[in-house]
Ligand binder design. Sequence first.
Ligand code: CP
Length: 306
Amino acid sequence: MRTVVPRSLLDIDDLSRDEIFHLLDRAESFKATAPPRDLLAGIPVLNLFFEASTRTATSFTLAEQRVGADVISFAPGTSSLGKGETISDTAITLRGIGVRVIVVRHPESGFPRRLAEAFDGHVINAGDGPRAHPTQALLDLMTLRNEFGRFDGLRVAIVGDILHSRVARSNIVGMTQLGIDVTLVGPPTLLPDAFAAQGVRIERDFGAVLPLVDAVMMLRIQRERITSSLLPSLDDYTRNYQLDRRRLDTLRADAVILHPGPYNRGVELTDDVLDDPRSRYVAQVGNGVFVRMAVLDLLVNGARAA
Ligand code: CP
């Protein structure tokens, strides 16, 4: 029985509003001045990615190195989970070896929570199935605050394959908590009406929403999770929901375009979008490193002044 449970970050709602602001302030301070190299000195951090990742895996690794952690990157395909070892036995083993923090991505919703229940250390969810991706939501919030200096009353549209998107789910929770007015846009098969219960608007007409927003977040069609009944015609989808030159012309000059990546050119967006001065994709991935440093610091060291 654990008496003190080490703190984990499994979704954005593990954080209070004040803690989100603390993390964003801390991330900004790390962006302005490199963090002390000994912030996590000697703390063993394990990166455990059961699913492909470019942005999250590399930025966590860099963040861990910058704060002085002992970084262990481990290919789970070669782990003993494949030999029938349970999650809890794996957790006991890793803690016995000395691991204090596990950053985990898994295709199954809830896997990080089950790991956190068994592991006597900190677990950071780096994306579980379609359920949650809290550090992505934090870096998106940081990018929006950099741009607009506020959240309250901002109007953001999230467009595309909402059904399969952990990025959308975590952002809906984080953005609505901070007073952002969120509109979800997509066809009924990829955006069921049930999402309206989360305090967001649902729109099917992308063209009607686009001129009204401060930011538009385009999402990838997750072909690896999608069936043909959910997306009967890719041509119809792109005609109705692709951000292209014609639609860009209706977006306000002071609005910004977000994308969590990876993006599919020619599907949810065209090359014009990535070349557009309103695109903030590069800022987003850059902010990811600072946000992840701040999360590691908060979980391991607790809150302190930015
Ligand atoms: N945004 C994101 O999670 O990208 P990766 O899958 O490359 O980590």
